[in-house]
Every structure is written in C-alpha cells, then in structure tokens.
Design a protein around this ligand. Structure first.
Ligand code: NAI
Length: 208
C-alpha cells in the first residue's frame, strides 16, 4: 500500500493509537472493539474505523480488533519495526536529557553518537556514549549507518549544521532548534516546539 496518499491528520493520530494498544497489550488484553477503544481514547468509534480503513481495516467488525496484530501493524506503518541509529548534535541541557531518556531505545531509536562544539564536553559519558567534537561527525555518520540527526543546538547554528548533515546523506532531522530548515525534499524533517504546546495550553486557560 502507498502510505503517501494517507492524510497527515491520520498519520498524526497513529502514535496515540499505538500507545493505547501498547498499554492494552501490556495488560494482557487480546481483543478490543472499536467502541471500547473509542471510550478509552475519547474519539468516536467511527473515527477509529475510518482511520483504520485507510490501512485496510485491520479487523472484523463485531468481533473487535486483535490488539497485538493491530499494535504490530501500526508499528510497521510508523516504521517502528526497524531500528534507527541516531546522533544528537548539541550536548547541552536538552541534548543530555534526550540522550538520557531510555524509552526511545525501546521504540528502536538508538543513540549512537553525541556531538558538540564545546571542548569541555568532549569525552563526557551519557549512558555509555561519549560526546565527540563536531569534526568527527561526517566520518561517524558514514561509518555507523546513521539515519537520524537530532538538532539540540541554538537556532543560529542549526541551519549550517543541517547543511552539513545533508551533505552526509542523513535521512531525517529531528529539529528542536527554533528555526525552519531548508533541506531537500528527500530529507524528512520533524520540528518539535514545546513552546507551541505551551501556547496552546495558555490559549486553553485564556478561553476557559
Ligand atoms: P544549551 O545551551 O544547554 O546547549 C546547547 C549546546 O549546543 C551547547 O552544549 C553548545 O556547546 C552546543 N552548540 C552550540 N553551537 C553548536 C554548534 N554549531 N555545533 C555543535 N554544538 C553546538 O541549550 P539547551 O537548553 O540544551 O537548548 C538547545 C537548543 O534547543 C536551543 O536552541 C533551545 O532554544 C532549543 N530548545 C528547544 C526546545 C523545543 O521544544 N523545541 C526545548 C528546549 C530547548
């Protein structure tokens, strides 16, 4: 199936389905109806059925969905069935927090290298991965099958670093710097801005 035709809104909902199904699986639940999933997730059952129909439906109506099967299928759609090697650029507060967060590994995202321009950080160990100088980046990406780079550096440095990463044939950039990156279309960029979420929270409070 060509998942490129599926709307971004549907894709954006998949991680949430995946999390709920993971919890159900961990609790030993084998089957769930769209009605019960709907109650848990507070989305309509018809929304769930519509979303899943984009991928062939996944289950039989009336009989419910097989939780493990659905979990595995969504993992495949999200590309979580393959391991991703990543590097973190910037070993400051954010870079270190990301490097220390073990749950990414459970999902198959393995931190292979951490880079910074500050010599005071070289050799610092973050969960057995030591911080390296930026000069090593190009060689490291080529030698270690790195497909994702995480940008946890100031925005002033992010654009140029992204250019370097493009020239290293990186496949994807997880960008935390508050700047839009101008990279070729074949490179996937996912921007993360916690402040956007906070502003939505603020809007919610202002409109209570
Ligand atoms: P920090 O100042 O603690 O760490 C930044 C690190 O980047 C430092 O270790 C510095 O030496 C390194 N660095 C600077 N220029 C570099 C370059 N050209 N190459 C390699 N390393 C370089 O800052 P913090 O708090 O870790 O934040 C990092 C970035 O992430 C900032 O731009 C901040 O605005 C952003 N940020 C974004 C968030 C989001 O939700 N998108 C949340 C928190 C921070």
């Amino acid at each position: 199936m060509d998942n490129r035709a599926i709307s971004q809104a549907v894709i954006a909902r998949l991680p949430r389905y995946y999390r709920y199904l993971g919890d159900l699986k961990d609790s030993g639940i084998e089957r769930i109806s769209s009605q019960d999933l709907s109650k848990m997730m507070k989305v309509t059952a018809s929304q769930i059925r519509q979303d899943f129909n984009n991928f062939g439906g996944f289950g039989q109506q009336g009989y419910g969905y097989n939780v493990e099967y659905l979990y595995d299928e969504i993992a495949k759609i999200l590309g979580l069935n393959v391991r991703h090697n990543l590097v973190i650029i910037g070993a400051g507060n954010l870079g270190q927090a990301l490097a220390n967060y073990m749950n990414f590994e459970r999902r198959g995202f393995i931190v292979r290298g951490i880079f910074d321009k500050n010599p005071a950080l070289y050799g610092k160990q973050l969960r057995k991965v030591s911080v390296q100088p930026m000069e090593n980046l190009r060689r490291f990406v080529a030698d270690n099958d790195i497909d994702i780079a995480v940008l946890a550096i100031p925005k002033e440095a992010a654009v140029q670093t992204a250019e370097t990463l493009v020239s290293c044939n990186i496949k994807a950039i997880w960008n935390f710097a508050h700047v839009d990156l101008n990279v070729p279309d074949n490179i996937v960029v996912e921007n993360v801005h916690l402040s956007d979420s906070l502003m939505r929270l603020s809007y919610g409070i202002a409109n209570m």
